[in-house]
Design a protein around this ligand. Structure first.
Ligand SMILES: C[S@@+](CC[C@H](N)C(=O)[O-])C[C@H]1O[C@@H](n2cnc3c(N)ncnc32)[C@H](O)[C@@H]1O
Length: 227
């Protein structure tokens, strides 16, 4: 698929955005790039800073960038992901899509908020909270949860860049949810909030990305400027 502007938060090696062909903004406070990440992109901005600092800089507005697709895989504490979601939505097209990683943990250990004791292997932190938070505060959003391994993908569409609801509720939401552990919320209660959809067929069987997809023929492949 080809999009106009793609934002990725939490990129590390760059392996996810390497294959993106559209214009891209990549944000991470500490990149460890291991491959060609430019590829066929007409534009690529690498922002080596936290997502909060990035949004604070107002770069997107100053450049007149409206986001088609955002992928968020940055700091795995729910208040960070909530801010990333709020800020990304504010800069998205109405038909844009925001995809969030790691919101479906399969053990309590991987949900820890203790940054000094992150388990080996998958660490989701407590970003699972975004599902109940968004479902309660923003019933207008379409939230699709995909069964992608290891810990799911949440695809949010029907965005409203003008919505102030999450900004107004931010402090109360953080106070309410900070000390709630998945053990307290209940695994059954969490997994009753949604039905998993098949990640392998989601893109072809839904129209979620249609409005922001560009005709691949419109993509100009860069070539040698000199022999
Ligand atoms: C799980 S890794 C991302 C992996 C990457 N998406 C991939 O598939 O290879 C999380 C990344 O989030 C970055 N990160 C941590 N805190 C962040 C913040 N406040 N803002 C943006 N990125 C952050 C880390 O530097 C790390 O590279």
């Amino acid at each position: 698929m080809l999009f106009d502007w793609y934002l990725e938060i939490g990129c590390r090696s760059g392996k996810v955005f390497a294959s993106v062909r559209g214009k891209t903004v990549a944000v991470d406070p500490f990149f460890r790039i291991t491959q060609d990440v430019i590829g066929q992109k007409p534009a690529l901005y690498i922002m080596q800073k936290t997502s909060d600092d990035f949004f604070e800089s107002n770069f997107l507005k100053r450049c007149g960038i409206e986001l088609s697709v955002t992928f968020i895989d940055g700091m795995h504490l729910f208040e960070y992901l909530l801010r990333d979601f709020m800020n990304a939505e504010r800069h998205s097209k109405r038909d844009g899509v925001i995809v969030m990683h790691d919101c479906c943990p399969f053990s309590f250990e991987m949900c820890t908020r203790d940054l000094n004791n992150i388990p080996k292997g998958a660490w989701t932190g407590d970003v699972w909270k975004l599902i109940p938070i968004l479902k309660a505060a923003r019933p207008d959003l379409q939230i699709d949860v995909l069964n992608c391994k290891p810990t799911g993908l949440v695809v949010v569409s029907n965005l409203d860049p003008a919505s102030e609801v999450l900004f107004q509720k931010y402090e109360d939401t953080v106070d309410k949810w900070r000390d709630v552990a998945l053990e307290d919320f209940g695994l059954n209660a969490f997994y009753k909030l949604f039905e998993f959809q098949d990640g392998a067929t989601f893109q072809t069987e839904t129209s979620v990305f249609d409005a922001v997809s560009l005709d691949p023929a419109s993509h100009e492949v860069p070539g040698y400027a000199t022999p």
